[in-house]
Design a protein around this ligand. Structure first.
Ligand code: NDP
Ligand code: F7E
Length: 324
């Protein structure tokens, strides 16, 4: 079985690759295909076509995307919508053109409207206006869902979409401005504790709530959904063979997250807020009951996950930490 993992050097792609490599080690007849961004730019239609026609994978896992936190989304809207649309169109269409019948792509919890009832159910998609700070990215992610649904309906392929909540863990992006909130706070509190600072400022009011899932759980859930038999997956996602939420089912305020990260990194000074920075969506807790009915639940708790990620952070040579 030939798997192509697009985005294998990213946080999620890397976690998925580690799992598949372990299965290969255990004797499963798997061939794992990977290409770096430098070797295969997925926004290049001809390059993706040539790769798919040459390598002809049996399964494609699309974990490559232009990804970033609220500041990055707010700062580079054109890159977020263009690059993600192109990556999805190229990988999904060229996979189909090369005879690939099974594909899994990763969307995002930000596909849901800003003001839907919480927790957010899969059928809340397209029922309201999106959160402005990441609307371009969300539109691209919604297009990815619709691409898979449409290719399933017209061509009879089995292309599946999982919608991750906010993720964290080894291999995350720790860029001070462009990263997501959890790695950003981990790096900031780590430096403040190391340098004996007496105040750390977090963005926004600290009142928004976010749900977090460890990337190892995300990788397990991705392979779980990918390997569901088609009838079971179809029964749960009828009529559109649409998407499935993946989350921990619990959320936390940004201020309480900051207090938790401070404790784990050993920072004991003040935590101040900066209301001039955007809060983004007030809350985006996912309804994970569909995936639970199918038999999967998250297993890594937030405090344990942050502590393990911080240990991984400390073990990395500083220059090896991704700061994209
Ligand atoms: N992290 C999170 O909190 C969440 C992530 N997701 C989704 O999960 C998926 C994985 O995210 P995550 O692992 O965090 O992201 P990362 O940024 O860690 O990884 C993305 C990968 O995609 C690669 N990539 C980006 N653009 C291109 C391109 N044009 N051609 C080839 N490769 C490219 C990157 O390579 P390089 O770095 O070399 O450019 C990187 O290896 C994405 O679809 C994301 O939208 C959804 C919800 C939350
Ligand atoms: C993951 C998912 O969701 C993403 O949206 P988001 O959850 O709003 O992004 P975020 O992880 O950057 O969390 C932002 C929240 O956290 C607060 N906050 C405090 N201090 C820092 C801080 O230092 N950095 C950041 N980034 N946020 C901070 C900030 O004020 C805001 O309230 C999409 O971009 C998109 O990528 C997507 O798919």
């Amino acid at each position: 079985m030939r798997y192509y993992i697009a985005g294998h050097r990213g946080m999620v792609g890397g976690a998925i690759l580690r799992r598949l490599a372990a299965r290969q080690e255990a004797g499963e007849p798997l061939t794992l295909l990977t290409r770096t961004h430098a070797d295969l730019d997925l926004t290049d239609q001809v390059a993706v076509r040539d790769f798919m026609q040459t390598e002809r994978p049996d399964v494609v896992i699309l974990a490559a995307a232009k990804v970033g936190g609220i500041h990055a989304n707010n700062s580079y809207p054109a890159e977020f919508i263009y690059e993600n649309l192109m990556i999805e169109c190229n990988v999904i269409h060229q996979a189909y053109a090369a005879g690939v019948t099974r594909l899994l792509q990763l969307g995002s919890s930000c596909i849901y409207p800003r003001a839907v009832p919480q927790p957010m159910r899969e059928d809340a998609l397209l029922t309201g206006v999106l959160e402005p700070t990441n609307e371009p990215y969300a539109v691209a992610k919604i297009a990815g869902i619709k691409l898979c649904e449409s290719y399933n309906r017209q061509y009879g392929v089995d292309y599946r979409s999982v919608m991750p909540t906010n993720l964290y863990g080894p291999g995350d992006n720790f860029h001070p401005d462009n990263s997501h909130v959890l790695p950003a706070l981990m790096r900031r509190f780590h430096v403040a504790a190391r340098d004996g600072l007496d105040e750390v400022v977090i963005w926004g009011t600290g009142t928004p709530r976010r749900e977090f899932l460890h990337v190892d759980d995300m990788a397990e859930a991705s392979l779980f959904v990918l390997n569901l038999d088609a009838r079971t997956y179809g029964r749960e996602t009828q009529p559109m063979l649409s998407h499935i939420n993946v989350g921990s089912g619990e959320d936390i305020s940004i201020l309480d997250l900051a207090r938790l990260v401070a404790r784990i990194t050993g920072y004991t000074g003040r935590i101040a807020t900066d209301p001039d920075k955007p809060d983004g969506t007030p809350r985006k807790l996912m309804d994970v009951s569909r995936l639970a009915r199918l038999g999967w639940r998250a297993s890594i708790g937030l405090e344990q996950g942050i502590a393990e990620t911080y240990q991984w952070f400390l073990d990395q040579p500083a220059h090896m930490l991704r700061q994209g």
